[in-house]
Structures are given as structure tokens and as C-alpha cells.
Ligand binder design. Structure first.
Ligand code: HEC
Ligand code: HEC
Length: 274
């Protein structure tokens, strides 16, 4: 304390500290506020369009190629008819969107069948091959959902932001950076997912993620997809320090720390003079 008083009572340092502190605190606070406003800035782009999401089913002509690919890349774990083995679950009747999601995000074919959760990795198979395998698996027991093609042009990013904070942020964090969940599982970062993959995840609920079927309309899914792929994946930093985008709580905390520090210094200074 004596050290601090001596430091503060060297009157020269104080104005410098105040200016630097207020500057930094102000920049932080302003950055946080203006980025919050930035969400609404996108605004509604258009209303009244009925084209939101189109669910596509790969054509039957893809089935033979898909059957051959499945035998090569999948059957060793999932069984010859995709009915599951002790190494991997039954995937019959899950619909094309599920199969497409797990292949295009590189989760499948899995490298380690004993991993707690298959991670995203560079895809081993092409998008075309994913469609072919999806056609084959779906031919065993035709099911929904199809592969969602999202029309982002009609999306309302501000509505998507609200829906995201309500339905997704608890696991993926408000910035989409991802977070650990219980028992060694984790909600991954959302920075790499394509619009189709985001909609697939929402509609199929991979792994420990819940499936959002009745509780989000296609228009709402479209808005969330647009928010994730346009705002989260391309954040605008309108000022202040980003602090790694860890979110308003941490940023506010830093602002608080600086602010309180300045007040303490000022109080000491006044105390000295009195
Ligand atoms: C090395 C073993 C292995 C191989 C090869 C493999 N899988 Fe899997 N697969 C797994 C395991 C284990 C899981 C469960 C992983 C998890 O829940 O994270 C799984 C999960 C899945 C799921 C999700 C199932 C569900 O209930 O949601 C799909 C779909 C899938 N695999 C498709 C495929 C396809 C298609 C291929 C071939 C391209 C493939 N897998 C190859 C082991 C394998
Ligand atoms: C209860 C926690 C939880 C909630 C809520 C949740 N997720 Fe997930 N999400 C997960 C988990 C866990 C995974 C990984 C599943 C796996 O790989 O086995 C995941 C995976 C994803 C992926 C795949 C990312 C990639 O690149 O592979 C996307 C996209 C996604 N979630 C989007 C969303 C969106 C959008 C919402 C809100 C509508 C949401 N999630 C809500 C837990 C959650």
C-alpha cells in the first residue's frame, strides 16, 4: 500500500494512468455496445417469401455407387446392411441429412471407434460420394429429413441472433466458439460449418446435441443458419479490443477491472490531498 501511495503521489503518473485507463475502458465499453447494435444492423432483408429450406433426396440412380462405397468405407463398423455392430450404431432409417452431415463434416468414416465423440475433421469423401452413400442407406428404409438447402437471401439475421442465444448459446457459447460438456463430450466451434451442415445439425441433432424438429420452423432454422454463417463466421469488430471474442461477460469484466482500478487511484489521490 505504501508503495502504491508513493507511486500515486508522484503527481505526474496519475494523469497518465487516468487517460490510459479511461481510454482503454471506454474503448472496451464502446466496442461491446456497438457490436451488440451491429446484430440488428443487418435488419430484415425481405419479408413474405415462402422459399426458406428445400429438403433434397439424392436420386435412386446414386444407389449402386453408394452401396459400393458403403462396403468399402462403412460396413466394417456399421455392418454390411448398416444395421450396426458392437463397434458402431445402426444407421438405417435416419434419413439422408444425417448420413450427409456425418460424412461431409469428416466425422465418418471414423478413425477411432472408441472415441467418446467423433470429431470434425477434413472430409475423406467428396460431397458427391456423401450423396451416393446417403442414397444407398436411405434406400434400406426411406426416411426424413432430406438434405436441407437453405435460402439465406430471405433470412433475418437479427431474428437468428435471438433464436441462437435462446437455443444454441448455452452449449456453443454466444460467439459460437464451442465449449466442453459433461463426460468428455464437447459442443464444437461453429466456425467451419457450411449452411447445409448447420441446418442438418439443427434438424438431426448429432451426438449429444438435441434435435430441433417441431420447435423451430423452417423460417427460424433459416434465420439461425444465416446468423451462424454470416455473423458468427464473419464477425465485424466495430471498435475496441476483441479479447479473442470470448463474449460480453469477459469483456465487461475487463472494463470493470480497469474502471474500478481508476476509481481506486482517484480515491487515493483525493485522500492524499485531504
Ligand atoms: C471405425 C469405425 C467406423 C467407420 C469405418 C464408420 N463409422 Fe460411422 N460411426 C462409428 C461410431 C463409433 C459412431 C458413433 C460416434 C459418435 O456418436 O460420436 C458412428 C456414428 C455414425 C453416424 C451417426 C449415427 C447416429 O445415431 O446419429 C452415422 C450417420 C455414421 N456413423 C455413418 C457412417 C458412414 C456413412 C460411414 C462410411 C462412410 C461410417 N459411418 C464409417 C464408427 C464408424
Ligand atoms: C445441449 C447442447 C447443445 C445445444 C443446445 C446445441 N448444440 Fe449443436 N452441438 C452440440 C454437440 C455436442 C455437437 C457435436 C455432436 C457430435 O459431434 O457428436 C454439436 C454440433 C453442432 C454442429 C456441427 C459443427 C461442426 O462443424 O461439425 C452445428 C453446426 C451445431 N451443433 C449447431 C447448433 C445450433 C445452430 C444450435 C441451436 C439451434 C445448437 N447447435 C444447439 C451440442 C449442442
Amino acid at each position: 500500500m505504501v508503495g502504491l501511495r508513493r507511486l500515486v503521489s508522484s503527481r505526474l503518473l496519475l494523469p497518465v494512468a487516468v487517460v490510459v485507463g479511461v481510454g482503454v475502458g471506454g474503448a472496451l465499453a464502446f466496442g461491446t455496445v456497438s457490436s451488440a447494435q451491429g446484430l440488428g444492423g443487418g435488419g430484415p432483408r425481405s419479408y413474405g417469401s415462402s422459399s426458406t429450406i428445400e429438403y433434397q433426396y439424392p436420386p435412386n440412380s446414386y444407389i449402386p455407387a453408394g452401396e459400393a462405397l458403403f462396403a468399402t468405407f462403412c460396413s466394417s463398423c456399421h455392418g454390411p446392411q448398416a444395421g450396426g455392430t458392437s463397434r458402431a450404431p445402426n444407421i438405417v432409417g435416419l434419413g439422408p441429412a444425417t448420413v450427409d452431415f456425418w460424412i461431409t463434416t469428416g466425422r465418418m468414416p471414423a478413425e477411432n471407434p472408441f472415441a467418446i465423440q467423433a470429431p470434425r475433421k477434413p472430409a475423406k469423401l467428396s460431397n458427391q460420394q456423401a450423396l451416393e452413400i446417403a442414397a444407398y442407406v436411405n434406400s434400406l428404409d426411406p426416411s426424413r429429413p432430406g438434405i436441407p438447402k437453405v435460402n439465406r437471401k430471405t433470412a433475418n439475421v437479427a431474428v437468428g441472433a435471438d433464436l441462437f442465444s435462446l437455443n444454441c448459446a448455452a452449449c456453443h457459447t454466444i460467439t459460437g466458439a464451442g465449449d466442453e460438456l459433461a463426460f468428455g463430450t464437447f459442443a464444437p466451434s461453429l466456425r467451419a460449418a457450411s449452411p447445409t451442415q448447420v441446418a442438418e445439425a439443427i434438424r438431426t441433432g448429432p451426438g449429444n446435441m438435441p434435435r430441433f424438429s417441431g420447435n423451430l420452423t423452417d423460417a427460424q432454422v433459416r434465420d439461425v443458419v444465416a446468423y451462424v454463417t454470416e455473423y458468427i463466421q464473419h464477425p465485424t469488430n466495430p471498435g475496441g479490443f476483441a479479447l479473442g471474442g470470448v463474449g460480453p461477460v469477459a469483456e465487461g469484466f475487463v472494463a470493470l477491472l480497469f474502471g474500478v482500478g481508476i476509481l481506486a487511484l482517484v480515491a487515493y489521490w483525493i485522500g492524499e490531498r485531504a
